[in-house]
Design a protein. Structure first.
Length: 124
């Protein structure tokens, strides 16, 4: 799908349908490795805690994980809303506070357009 550079000639209905302008949705990506490989139960517990914390801050998590680490894309839980700088900071600080995370491997991406970002913009 091609992103339309000019939204001035789009009606409100078109902008909403295309996630443009005031309907743009921004999210970010976060990845890290664990200090030590975790058991299946340890990975599940760590992921549950991560998702629980995110949900408390109105954030939806799309994640993958392995015994060695995790990667997640985070977005606002409501349609047509974006993660703001404070939500992003809260999530990063929470991950940094976890003893199981190797902070040297923590990578936090910039906010990107969830519908039109390129792989490079998403940090893939």
């Amino acid at each position: 799908m091609v992103k339309f550079d000019q939204i001035e000639n789009k009606s409100r209905r078109q902008r909403k349908k295309l996630f443009l302008g005031e309907f743009q949705e921004l999210g970010f990506r976060i990845t890290a490795k664990f200090k030590e490989p975790l058991s299946a139960e340890g990975v599940e517990k760590a992921c549950d805690e991560f998702v629980d914390y995110a949900e408390q801050h109105a954030i939806a998590v799309f994640a993958c994980h392995t015994p060695d680490g995790f990667g997640a894309t985070l977005q606002h839980e409501q349609n047509y809303r974006s993660i703001d700088a404070q939500q992003r900071l809260d999530m990063v600080e929470w991950v940094k506070s976890q003893a199981i995370v190797d902070l040297d491997t923590l990578v936090v991406g910039e906010l990107f357009d969830l519908h039109y970002a390129t792989d490079q913009e998403m940090g893939l």
